[in-house]
Design a protein around this ligand. Sequence first.
Ligand code: ADP
Ligand code: MG
Length: 263
Amino acid sequence: MLSGLFSRSAAQAAEPYRLLQASVEFRNAGKSWGSNQVLRAINFTIAPGEVVAILGPSGSGKSTLIRLINQLETLSEGDILIDNRPTRQLRGAALRQLRSRIGFVFQQFNLYAHLSALQNITLALKTVHRLSEADATARARALLARVGLAEKADHYPSQLSGGQQQRVAIARALASDPQIILFDEPTSALDPETIGEVLQVMKQLAHSGITMVVVTHEMQFAREIADRVVFIDGGEILEIATPQTFFTRPEHERARRFLNKVL
Ligand code: ADP
Ligand code: MG
C-alpha cells in the first residue's frame, strides 16, 4: 500500500483525522445560493470502500453535491458526516486536516502550469505533509509509476496530453493517501482517444478499497465500476440503485428520459 511510503512522523501528523472507515453520510443536506435552492433534502450514506456514480442532467447539482463533501462549498442546511463525525462546524486546522484526507480530481485537471508533473505532486507533500525533499520525490515517483507516467516526471503540463495531465492530477490527489476520492467529470475535457487511459486508472483505483464518488457522463464506465448509482435532477435525488437496476429498469420517469438521451 501507498501508506508504507509515508514517513512515520507524517502519518502521525495526520492521525487526528485518519479516516478509519471513510463513510460519507448526507443528513438532510441542502445548498442555496441566495434564493436559489440548488440541492434539497439530500439523504444518503456512502459505505466505506464503496464506488458511487453520480448521474444527472447538466445543472442538476452534481458538482455542488460532491464539492460539499470536502467543503469546497459550504452547506446551507443539514450536515455531512464523515466517519460518523459531523463536518459542518469544522474550521481552521481541523478542516484542513480533513480535506487532506480527501482527494479531488477536477474536470480541468487544475495542474500548476509552471511546475513539472513531479513537482505538482511533491508540492503538497512538502508543504502540507512536511515530507523531506527526498521522501516527497520518492513518493511522487511511485505515484507517477502507478498511473503509468514514470517517464514523464520532468514534463510540464503543456508538454502532456489531456489524458496524461489528468493522470498526473489523479496521482496528485492520491499523494496524501486519501481514503476518499472525488471526481467531477474527470474525462469531460478530454479528447476521445485519451479518455480510455484515464478510465483505466480509475478502474484500478476502484478496486483498491478507496471510497470513490464519481460524477460522470461515461455511462458504460458507471455501469461497470459503480456499486451504486445516484440519479439527481433539479437538486433532488430521484433514484439510488445498483447499476444493473438503474440501467435496465429505472424507476423514475425523468431517469428514463435521461437515459434515452445519453445511451
Ligand atoms: P451540475 O454539476 O449538475 O451541472 P452544478 O452543481 O454545477 O450542476 O449547479 C447546480 C446549480 O447551482 C445550477 O443552477 C448552477 O447555476 C448553480 N450554481 C452552481 N455554482 C454556483 C455558484 N457559485 N453561485 C451561484 N449558483 C451556482
Ligand atoms: Mg458539474
